[in-house]
Design a protein around this ligand. Structure first.
Ligand SMILES: Nc1nc2c(ncn2[C@@H]2O[C@H](COP(=O)(O)OP(=O)(O)OP(=O)(O)O)[C@@H](O)[C@H]2O)c(=O)[nH]1
Length: 358
């Protein structure tokens, strides 16, 4: 099986159609997931192949429709003869839960033994990505408007995949495309990246690649690599061998402190969206909650910060990975230092910005 993820309008259906039109000597079946009540995507798929296409609509296969996905694949296996299954996730699907469903199954059941998750593909709209991180970007003539701002899900889709299609390359100038690819590469050091237009790609690059590896995909996300590198060095976690990233000013650094933040000042810092930052991810020690690990995740304008566990036997600390272009590391470090509290505990925030989830 190959799973295709990616934001709305990135070119996933276009890729599925290309694969249906040129499957080589494979017989392909397709499961298409769409959020709407009518599965528009299934209607857009070529009629000739319609028989092997299952629609899962009105929900998302990463959450509500997990069991439906297992049931649909099992039924397809019972009723049809095919060699390869392509699953097109909805634009808002998170790839990790889908990969888990397709490898481990759900509480309600698992896939027949003869299925094997082979490749996870993310189709990313190069223009949408470029615009999301560059507030000054303007729309080239005739380019489709991206339907969705960058969100946490988009970064999840970039960070967790084996093959990444940087699609709609016709809508971004070549020099900017190099910078876009360098940023994507910093987030996603492991995947094979292909630049595509109208999702045109050799089917062998996305089918039967043998590249899926759950643990490697999770372990080798860009921010985790930066964190691991920083723990053994001076805090600059970027890959010094990566000339493309350096040429475009793309880097990552890790903010590390053994002192807690003042909750209100740190919350204020998180609210100040810094345009050059592509990704902020890690954990923090906050003085108002001395026993609690605060998880922090920012992707474009979307920020999430909340309790993710207890320090337990670990010494509390802050580790924040920042990935971006032309980062002013000194200014950012100074701003974060300005949010540090002198108290290691006992600070009471009048209105706790990071309440424990009930
Ligand atoms: N300019 C340009 N348009 C493209 C390219 N690839 C796809 N499109 C167009 O972008 C639109 C969306 O493409 P789809 O393949 O439907 O995207 P999708 O990811 O399946 O979209 P959702 O199902 O809504 O999430 C369509 O009008 C495509 O023709 C490309 O490389 N360049």
């Amino acid at each position: 099986m190959t799973v295709i993820s990616g934001p709305l309008g990135a070119g996933k259906t276009t890729l599925v159609n290309n694969l249906l039109n040129d499957p080589g000597d494979r017989r392909i079946a397709v499961v298409v997931n769409d959020m709407g009540e009518v599965n528009v995507d299934a209607e857009l798929l070529d009629d000739t192949a319609e028989d092997g296409i299952v629609d899962l609509s009105n929900g998302c296969i990463c959450c509500r429709l997990q069991d439906d996905l297992v049931t649909a694949v099992t039924r397809l296996a019972d009723e049809r003869d095919f060699d390869y299954l392509v699953v097109e996730a909805s634009g808002i699907s998170e790839p990790i839960p889908i990969a888990r469903t397709l490898t481990e199954g759900t509480d309600g059941g698992s896939l027949p033994d003869r299925f094997r998750l082979d490749t996870t593909v993310s189709v990313i709209d190069a223009y949408g990505f470029w615009k999301a991180f560059d507030p000054a970007a303007s729309l080239p003539d005739g380019a489709p408007t991206p339907e969705r701002p960058l969100t946490e899900v988009l970064v999840d889709q970039i960070e967790f995949c084996d093959v990444l299609l940087l699609n709609k390359c016709d809508t971004v100038p070549d020099d900017e495309l190099d910078a876009v690819e360098a940023s994507v590469r910093e987030l996603q050091p492991r995947a094979t990246i292909h630049r595509t237009t109208y999702s045109e790609i050799d089917p062998a690059a996305v089918l039967d690649t043998g590249r899926f590896d759950f643990e490697a995909a999770r372990r080798r996300q860009g921010w985790k690599r930066a964190l691991a590198a920083a723990e053994g060095s001076d805090g600059h976690g970027h890959d010094h061998d990566d000339g493309a990233a350096a040429a475009h000013g793309v880097e990552s650094f890790v903010y590390r402190r053994e002192r807690p933040f003042d909750p209100e000042r740190f919350d204020g810092w998180l609210d100040e969206w810094v345009g050059d930052v592509v990704r902020l991810k890690g954990f923090a020690w906050v003085a108002s909650r001395p026993g609690t690990v605060l998880g922090v995740s920012q992707a474009g304008p979307a920020v999430q910060a909340g309790p993710i566990g207890e320090w337990g036997d670990d010494d509390p600390a802050t580790r924040l990975v920042v990935i971006g272009r032309d980062l002013d590391v000194d200014a950012m470090t100074a701003a974060l230092d300005g949010c540090l509290s002198n108290e290691s505990d006992g600070v009471v925030a009048a209105d706790d910005p990071f309440p424990r989830e009930s």
